[in-house]
Design a protein around this ligand. Structure first.
Ligand SMILES: C[S@@+](CC[C@H](N)C(=O)[O-])C[C@H]1O[C@@H](n2cnc3c(N)ncnc32)[C@H](O)[C@@H]1O
Length: 333
């Protein structure tokens, strides 16, 4: 059974109880034609991280090279969780979808791989931040735009829309999903992939009282203070949002993601190890702006809490996991 299939089951994940060794932890509405110079000017620095200017107050994660590397690692993790595929939608039976939108494309890694695997598709990757490569395949292009504004694409244009880990980017989720619906062709698929961030799950007693628990509780509190309710993101709420917009045949694929290589089974341990690699900078990426703006922490206090919590992940002290939901729907024919 694959790691993704094992992690999609509901029983407790068995923990590896062999002692931790240090050696192991080593494995452990601008246009895209904008010049590089002007796009670089749209950034600002805070607490040692670079943020995109336009995301100020809207998107709390950095856009610097460290974050770009993390997004590429997260792509590897999220692909493993789809059993090595780029999507769960039933596209293979139908041939290459003619037009594809990767909403909030980040570094564009998914859009590039999709374009490479589907030469019959025209792929557009859109992001607020110009962090995509300037070289692309002939059938892939990148645009810089704010997806929360009115879309200028033709109505009924896209045959497949992919939107991954945008829960905290998009504030007006029903409007975003409604725009996806409006600009999708009849019969088109949509696929959302989001992870839970409202608390970390644990099936034994290793989480209670940990620094990781403090980190996670602080993150949820700060998200709420910043106007984002982290509990709004679950497989069920994502499904409901697609159905409310008019999508049919909505399927939810839940999978658990271990925080660190603590599971006993080697395949799921590997998933935990890849997650650990992206958490190494990801815990700070998610929390630094929130902890210092909404949690009353100094930069040093925020960084210390991140380091203490990450240490527990790295040393397998805490057996935590979160959920990732892939949610697929179809616009009626
Ligand atoms: C966590 S990253 C995910 C990137 C990509 N989907 C992936 O899975 O690799 C979220 C991305 O959404 C972008 N973003 C945030 N707010 C946005 C908005 N209003 N319009 C377009 N992109 C936005 C950010 O710049 C960032 O690149």
């Amino acid at each position: 059974m694959s790691a993704a299939a094992l992690l999609a089951e509901t029983g407790a994940i068995e923990a590896d109880t062999t002692p931790f060794s240090d050696y192991e932890s080593e494995a452990g509405s601008e246009l895209s034609t904008e010049s590089l110079t002007s796009s670089i000017r749209q950034h600002y620095y805070e607490n040692g991280r670079r943020y995109h200017e336009k995301s100020s107050g809207k998107y709390h994660l950095p856009s610097d090279e460290t974050e770009q590397d993390r997004l590429d690692l997260a792509h590897h993790l999220l692909t493993l969780l789809r059993d090595g595929d780029l999507y769960k939608a039933p596209l293979k039976k139908r041939g290459d979808p003619a037009t594809v939108l990767d909403a909030g494309t980040g570094t564009g890694i998914w859009a590039l791989e999709f374009g490479d695997q589907h030469p019959g598709s025209q792929v557009i990757g859109v992001d607020l931040s110009p962090i995509q490569p300037s070289w692309t395949y002939p059938n892939v292009k990148f645009e810089c735009d704010d997806l929360e504004k009115d879309w200028t694409y033709q109505l009924e244009n896209f045959n497949y829309i992919h939107a991954r880990t945008l829960a905290f980017s998009i504030k007006d989720w029903p409007r975003f999903v409604a725009q996806c619906f409006k600009h999708s062709a009849p019969g088109a698929f949509i696929e959302l992939a989001e992870g839970s961030l409202d608390g970390i799950s644990c099936d034994d007693d290793t989480y209670k009282g940990s620094a990781l628990e403090k980190w996670s509780t602080s993150l949820s509190q700060c998200l709420r203070k910043s106007g984002i309710d982290p509990s709004r993101i679950t497989g069920d709420t994502l499904k409901q949002s697609l159905e409310d917009a008019g999508y049919i045949n909505v399927q939810v694929y839940p999978v658990r993601v271990p925080w660190g290589p603590w599971p006993k089974n080697n395949a799921t341990k590997y998933i935990g190890a890849v997650n650990q690699l992206q958490l190494q900078t990801g815990m700070e990426a998610y929390s630094l702006m929130l902890f210092t703006h909404f949690g009353g922490m100094t930069e040093e206090e925020a960084k210390k809490l991140n380091a203490d919590a990450f240490k527990e992940v790295e040393t397998r002290k805490v057996h935590g996991y979160t959920y990732v939901w892939n949610v697929v729907g179809q616009k009626p024919e």
